[in-house]
Design a protein around this ligand. Structure first.
Ligand code: SF4
Length: 385
């Protein structure tokens, strides 16, 4: 999607994104307080901070999924990761929500690790590298605490035996013109990424395919990924599967404040990576873009602007541990009571505490990884199409 001020596709985000306008242009629905209250009711009276703080703000078909769930037809959640390097804190946003939904609603979780896609997409990466990052990223995701009995992983180059039957059906339904129009591929595009559109659809349909009946799917993702799943939704019912619902998050700013976090190249300073040592975290956060004023005196007098601050974005998306703490940080920032240097020092301590605890959970998660990767699908007597 192109606009005079910003460009958003699944492969590119440029400019200052107006999320509300993007939602309208995509034709998605606003995540209303009434819908959130319904989810709170199903989740035993709680809501995840990513929901209460507005990081998730848009959806497709969530009301239908909640209706069905309340009637005893649970949905499952699906999210994916393209492994091209270490995870950073923004990558955790969909997975944190999925883990919470799994815990609160007792539902199944499907993770797709797209090592094939990243090999096709990034010319400099070898298959050995995307595979290695796939295992590393999966380990980090499992260390968030997913229930191993309810968690299933498609690791594309290992799971193709489980995926291929559905991918074959899907690929026949998607014309090349659709893929080219949705993703803006040039004529020189390798055909791997063209076929990948079919592979990304598989997890949304797999539980229905295995069960032989419709099983609803909810996909939490950044709103930039919506075009991928619009293609999935367009073909779902023609293949006998329910359309997956979507929950869209905003794209969080990187530490430079002006663009989203990235994994590669000279933008490493723009993100907090899960393998950053403590000194690196401190160095990056000390120079992070803020909404502060040019002098202490001015900030005490006028207050700062949290909405434009990359440090506040970190408190908002992950590191404020309670609503009370988040509200205090926000109010004290606005009033000038909190200064940026102190705020950053507090965040450095919080991030490094989280990373140390996360590192300690990784060995058990690495062992778990092998047991949750799907390598073959259950036998089916006949193809469905
Ligand atoms: S006080 Fe904190 S949240 Fe507010 S602008 Fe400064 S760094 Fe950002």
């Amino acid at each position: 999607m192109a606009d005079e001020e910003f460009v958003v596709t699944p492969y590119e985000v440029r400019g200052k994104v107006d999320h509300e306008r993007l939602r309208e242009q995509f034709g998605a629905e606003r995540l209303t307080p009434a819908l959130l209250e319904r989810l709170r009711g199903l989740a035993g009276g709680e809501l995840h901070p990513l929901l209460t703080r507005g990081v998730y703000y848009s959806h497709r078909d969530l009301a239908r999924l909640l209706d069905r769930h309340a009637k005893g037809e649970p949905f499952f959640v699906y999210s994916g990761r393209g492994p091209s390097g270490p995870l950073h804190t923004s990558h955790l946003v969909p997975f944190e929500l999925c883990r919470w939904l799994q815990e609160k609603l007792g539902i199944e979780m499907y993770i797709q690790i797209t090592d094939d896609e990243k090999f096709w997409f990034r010319p400099h990466l070898t298959r050995a590298e995307t595979y290695r990052w796939g295992i590393e990223n999966l380990t980090d995701l499992l260390a968030l605490g997913f229930d191993p009995k309810r968690t299933h992983v498609f690791f594309d180059t290992r799971s193709i035996g489980a995926m291929y039957s559905i991918a074959v059906d899907v690929a026949k339904r998607i014309p090349y013109s659709t893929v080219r129009a949705v993703f803006g591929f040039p004529p020189s595009q390798n055909i791997g990424l063209v076929f990948y559109t079919a592979l990304q659809t598989v997890p949304a349909f797999y539980p229905s395919w295995v069960a032989g009946r419709p099983v609803n799917c909810l996909i939490p993702c950044g709103i930039d990924q919506d075009p991928h799943f619009r293609v999935t939704r367009d073909i779902a019912e023609g293949l006998g599967y329910p359309k997956p619902g979507l929950l869209h998050s905003v794209m969080l700013p990187g530490l430079a404040g002006d663009k989203v976090m990235s994994t590669t190249g000279d933008t490493r300073d723009n993100a907090l990576f899960l393998n950053d040592p403590p000194k690196e975290v401190a160095r990056k956060l000390r120079k992070a873009f803020t909404g502060g004023r040019t002098s202490v005196e001015e900030q005490r007098r006028l207050g700062a602007v949290p909405e434009v601050c990359s440090v506040w974005a970190q408190w908002r998306s992950r590191f404020a541990e309670s609503e009370a703490e988040f509200e205090t940080i926000t109010a004290d920032c606005r009033s000038g009571k909190l200064l940026c240097g102190d705020c950053k020092a507090n965040l450095i301590e919080r991030v490094n505490g989280f990373l140390a605890a996360h590192e300690a959970r990784r060995p058990a998660a690495r062992e778990l990884a092998e047991s949750v990767i799907l390598e073959t699908a259950p036998p089916r007597a006949t193809p469905t199409s």
